[in-house]
Design a protein around this ligand. Structure first.
Ligand SMILES: Nc1ncnc2c1ncn2[C@@H]1O[C@H](COP(=O)(O)OP(=O)(O)OP(=O)(O)O)[C@@H](O)[C@H]1O
Ligand SMILES: O=C([O-])CC(=O)C(=O)O
Ligand SMILES: [Ca+2]
Ligand SMILES: [Mn+2]
Length: 632
């Protein structure tokens, strides 16, 4: 050890440099003054026209109206800005008619964080939400609490004059009825909770990139996590658009962890997600899972858009360099996000779209990718999107380095990343395209009997669209893991508002009109069911998708499978030919045949509920659709 002073350690200067009073010192006399130099007045927080601060007062009035209790004739007192900021000027005191307060709640202020930037939301999350951390790549890691997925059994819709005859109710429908009074009870509960807080987050944003059918949404929530999630997932308004925002078309009151009251009518758990289409409001009680907001708005679109002859799709969408467009339908976990995010194509969107007169438009401004087992090599674009601004839900990371361990499912299998769509380098902004050439139905078949790819005729496309099949492996519970079939009409029954055949009829009409080809792609098992076979390799699925896009698969040689009657190609470039007919990959052929029949039986049973409905003008298509199922 060098301790003799000649070791090369730098000398410590004790004397002040001679030029101390010159240009290297700050222009401040106190610490507060110094700090105040750091932040310039933000255009976003206080747009100024001339010497007048615009918008603020209107925004606060409007938000106060949003948060008004229905039993009092005025909204809460709102203040813009951070309650904890030192020397914060209470910019504008809003609303609350100058009545005399009759309860304590009328005396207090609630601070409003209006459309904060990601950086500000990070600071709020890190400071006040214990479960928030910055990962090694700059994402905001957080926990969604007790719920790590949606709660479809707690999703209710108000049955009233508007919805009674129009909506899909009863067996198979995701819309559990509730009455208006109960909705208002829950609404009041959410409002009282939110206004009892010192601060709430408010996002004013848009849905749908089609400018003629854009919907204005307001989201009021209690957590920076929720505000950043929606900032990423909805379309972000420009400053000008925000100033002209006016009244929202739809509002979400998200009380997050605050539960519903089990003594309230209809309540079967402490969670309730309630939609009133008449009031154009959604109330969330007892779940912090942010996907409820995303998919609640998707349900809304499933009601609003078909009224305008626009079809809503639970699908991804991308476009080739030559302008060819593909849709990717599929239930959760089947590959919409993974396969629509393609380095060689432009991304229109990964999950929710509209198909109207002029083509496809994305409903959202962001993507929501599954992260379990995410790898840089297999999904580079998604990997690289996980950076500053991205919300990472329920992932596990190294306590010191903050490096995320994507293989770890200790919190949940459903780990997720929510990022703005422009984080994908080849996203097409604005997110609109022409009509699709290919409609790809994705199924993750854990039984391992559906072919990796089949070409479908229109009737088959409709049969499989209405069936909405996938089979994932049941949970991660110890013991035997049997695949269970899931059928979800239109690959998104959980979000449908009208009867599935109404969407199916629109899809058939549009596919016919625009000459789109249907495909069924199995992204699940090959070589046996779950347990003996293995999941089809992602690079093979990508090759199959490439061949669909390029048009080469359209003209390949085909053969027909027994039972399901699917047309399968004999060759696909880059894919071993022997896997294209699944029977080749099973060593036990009897087991294969038995499994095909088992799955066919499940399809048939499921389709029985639809046999009484017609699709299209006459009954010819309906008959063809019924005949397009498995024959055995
Ligand atoms: N052959 C394959 N094809 C597609 N995805 C695969 C394949 N093999 C494994 N995977 C994995 O399956 C998952 C597909 O999930 P993805 O996020 O694309 O689902 P999604 O359809 O977008 O669902 P959601 O609607 O819930 O967002 C990814 O984790 C992906 O890595
Ligand atoms: O909504 C969610 O939680 C995830 C999703 O995209 C889906 O389930 O389709
Ligand atoms: Ca997705
Ligand atoms: Mn989805």
């Amino acid at each position: 050890m060098a301790e003799n002073g000649k070791s090369g350690l730098r000398q410590i200067r004790t004397a002040a440099p001679e030029d101390e009073s010159s240009s290297n010192t700050v222009k401040a006399k106190t610490i507060d003054e110094l700090h105040s130099l750091q932040k310039k007045r933000s255009e976003l927080n206080s747009p100024v026209v001339g010497d007048r601060v615009v918008g603020l007062e209107q925004q606060l009035q409007s938000i106060s109206a949003t948060l008004a209790s229905l039993t009092r004739d005025f909204g809460p007192k709102l203040v813009k800005g951070d309650p904890d900021a030192t020397g914060a000027t209470k910019v504008v005191v809003a609303a609350a008619a100058s009545s005399i307060a009759v309860s304590d709640s009328g005396l207090k202020f609630t601070h409003v964080f209006y459309n904060l930037s990601p950086a500000e939301l990070y600071e709020q999350a890190i400071k006040y939400e214990r479960e928030s951390f910055i990962t090694s790549t700059g994402a905001l890691a957080t926990l969604s609490g007790a719920k790590t997925g949606r709660s479809p059994k707690d999703k209710r819709v108000v049955m009233d004059d508007l919805t009674k005859d129009d909506l899909w109710w009863g067996k198979g429908s995701p819309n559990i009825e509730m009455d208006e009074h109960t909705f208002l009870t829950n609404r009041e509960r959410a409002v009282d909770y939110l206004t009892s807080l010192d601060k709430v987050f408010v996002n004013d944003q848009f849905l749908n990139w089609d400018p003629e059918n854009r919907i204005k949404v307001r989201i009021v929530s209690a957590r920076a996590y929720h505000s950043l999630f929606m900032h990423n997932m909805c379309i972000r308004p420009t400053l000008e658009e925000l100033q002209d925002f006016g009244k929202p078309d739809f509002t979400i009151l998200n009380a997050g962890k605050f539960p519903c009251n089990r003594y309230t009518n209809y309540m079967t758990s402490s969670t309730s997600i309630d939609i009133s289409l008449s009031r154009r409001e959604m109330v969330i009680l007892g779940t912090q899972y942010a996907g409820e907001m995303k998919k609640g708005l998707f349900s809304l679109m499933h009601y609003l858009m078909p009224k305008r002859q626009i079809l809503t799709l639970h699908s991804g969408c991308n476009m080739g360099k030559d302008g060819d467009v593909a849709l990717f339908f599929g239930l959760s976990g089947t590959g919409k996000t993974t396969l629509s995010t393609d380095h060689n194509r432009f991304l229109i969107g990964d999950d929710e779209h509209c198909w109207g007169e002029n083509g496809i438009s994305n409903i959202e401004g962001g993507c929501y990718a599954k992260c379990i087992d995410l790898s840089q090599e297999k999904e580079p674009d998604i990997w690289n999107a996980i950076k500053f601004g991205t919300v990472l839900e329920n992932v596990v990371f190294d306590a010191t380095t903050r490096v995320v361990e994507y293989a770890d499912s200790s919190v949940t299998e459903n780990t997720r990343a929510a990022y703005p769509i422009e984080y994908i380098p080849n996203a097409k902004i604005p997110c609109v395209s022409s009509h699709p050439k290919n409609v790809i139905l994705l199924a993750c078949d854990a039984f391992g009997v559906l072919p990796p790819v089949s070409k479908l005729n229109l009737a088959q496309t409709m049969y499989h669209f209405i069936s909405g099949y996938t089979a994932l492996v049941a949970g991660t519970v110890e013991g035997v893991k049997e695949p269970t079939a899931t059928f979800s009409a239109c690959f998104g029954a959980a979000f449908l508002m009208l009867h599935p055949t109404r969407y199916a009829a629109m899809l058939a009409e549009k596919m016919q009109k625009h000459g789109a080809t249907g495909w069924l792609v199995n992204t699940g098992w090959s070589g046996g069911s779950y347990g003996s076979g293995s999941r089809i390799k992602l690079p093979y699925t990508r090759k199959i998708i490439d061949a669909i896009h390029s048009g080469s698969l359209l003209n390949a040689n085909y053969q027909k499978t027994a039972v399901f009657g699917l047309e399968i190609p004999t060759e696909v470039e880059g894919v071993p030919s022997e896997i294209l007919d699944p029977i080749n990959t099973w060593s036990d052929k009897d087991a294969y045949n038995a499994t095909v029949l088992k799955l066919a039986g499940l399809f048939r049973n499921n389709f029985e509920t639809f046999t009484g409905y017609g699709i299209g003008e006459d009954d010819s298509l309906t008959k063809e659709i019924l005949a397009a199922g498995p024959i055995f």
